[in-house]
Design a binder for this molecule. Structure first.
Ligand code: ATR
Length: 292
């Protein structure tokens, strides 16, 4: 355990709720492994208190913050600057201290990208199905459009939300490759084609582990790779269905890992070594009781 002294720097997480967060494991493990005098603490911030929390953190010389649900959009109005990609996505999950205030970044998107690279999942030139049209789905769709996917289909229960998300991502990425569909829209896609599918709805999240947003086997025959953004449980119903149909599937824990790694790198102005990344990942799995 780190010895807190007069030089200890503080980083933290603001959200509501924050009790189940794994982020302290990421940052405190890294700080300990690197011998850096830094601690990371979750802060439960109630509705209406975000601005005060950010101003208070700055006044207290807090080095950096993560921001989680439900404040990733709201926090933007409390910042001194915003990174271009975070601005286009319209969500910030990392605050980096500058002279006058905090600058906002979105390491969810870059974290997803690094997680996909680490699993050898290709985006460029691919046709990609995104399930869901909430904040996580938008960030994933934006990343895919930006990294040269040839086509991105956003499938959502509420088609109007998919349409709004597709329009926004097309406008902000200037790619024009994003198309909206209802959740059954895959039925109109060619049967012989295989897609990368990113599961970005909240369906299947613990404790509803038997649920998947699409149960139809017909859908899974079209998937060569399934990436679920959910990491609790570590094998979702979506992942099982992808595997049963012969595809490869991945959970969202590496995305969580890399969004944390990127935040830590931004706060400290360093690159974390591959060895330390693997060390942190093992600690995260241990903390969550994941064996594979
Ligand atoms: P986040 O910001 O974490 O992505 P969100 O904005 O609440 O969360 O979005 C949740 C996503 O899960 C939405 O796409 C939602 O579909 P709707 O837009 O139709 O609400 C999807 N979702 C949640 N529960 C669902 C269910 N039972 N069936 C289908 N989709 C569901």
């Amino acid at each position: 355990m780190l010895q807190v002294d007069g030089h200890t720097r503080l980083c933290g997480l603001i959200g509501d709720p924050v009790e189940h967060t794994v982020s302290p494991v990421i940052h405190n493990t890294l700080a300990q492994k690197e011998g850096r005098n830094l601690v990371y603490v979750p802060f439960h911030v109630e509705a209406g208190q975000v601005k005060k929390a950010v101003e208070g953190a700055f006044a207290l010389n807090v080095l950096g913050m993560n921001v989680t649900v439900p404040y990733k959009r709201e926090v933007i109005s409390c910042l001194d600057g915003i990174d271009g990609i975070a601005e286009k996505i319209g969500a910030v999950n990392t605050l980096v201290r500058t002279k006058q205030g905090y600058k906002g970044y979105n390491t969810d998107a870059t974290g997803l990208y690094r997680a996909m690279i680490s699993e050898n999942i290709k985006i460029e030139g691919e046709e990609i199905l995104i399930l869901g049209a909430g904040g996580a789905a938008r960030a994933a769709a934006f990343l895919c459009a930006l990294k040269g996917a040839s086509k991105v289909y956003i499938l959502n229960r509420t088609k109007e939300k998919a349409q709004m998300a597709a329009e926004e991502v097309n406008r902000q990425s200037e790619a024009g490759c994003v198309e909206a569909m209802g959740i059954d829209g895959y039925k109109n896609l060619p049967k012989d084609k295989k897609y990368l599918a990113i599961q970005a709805t909240s369906v299947g999240l613990f404790p509803n582990t038997e649920d998947a947003v699409i149960l139809d086997k017909e859908f899974y025959r079209r998937v060569h790779t399934g990436f679920d953004l959910i990491y609790r449980p570590s094998c979702t119903q979506f992942m099982k269905l992808v595997r049963e149909a012969g595809g490869k599937s991945y959970h969202g824990l590496k995305m969580l890992l890399y969004q944390g790694i990127e935040a830590y790198e931004l706060w400290n102005g360093i690159s974390v070594s591959q060895e330390d990344i693997l060390f942190v990942y093992a600690r995260m799995k241990e903390a969550m009781g994941i064996e594979e």
